[in-house]
Design a binder for this molecule. Sequence first.
Ligand SMILES: [Zn+2]
Length: 138
Amino acid sequence: MSQENAVRKPLPAPDADTAAFWRGLQQGRLLLQHCRRCRHVQYYQQATCRQCGSEELDHQPASGRGKVHSFSVVHRAPGPAFKADVPYAVLLVELAEGPRMISTLTGSSPEDVTFDMDVELTFESVSEDITLPRFRKA
Ligand SMILES: [Zn+2]
């Protein structure tokens, strides 16, 4: 790994299965997959419903509302690229639609996070191709 890569945060690499998801984020929408057969809602993208195996999945934007199901405050950076960020809160957010997703808190201090705290989705553009979903206190 070059010196330059060591201080740069790793970014997701969209592939054929996830291209629509990443495009949605660029447009300010967090897309969830809704199963036409059993109505299961899932995050993250895959070719089949994780509940019934159906391939009949539709993309629908999430409302952006959620609650903190669990969280952890990171005090020690996992690598040089994250040094300026600590301390920060990693959240397991339960979306209003049901699925849970891991992200990070933005806009307030990690000490403010509590279980069941209402959060709302926000979008952070980190490169030309990648926009990350993050959460702030609602
Ligand atoms: Zn299903």
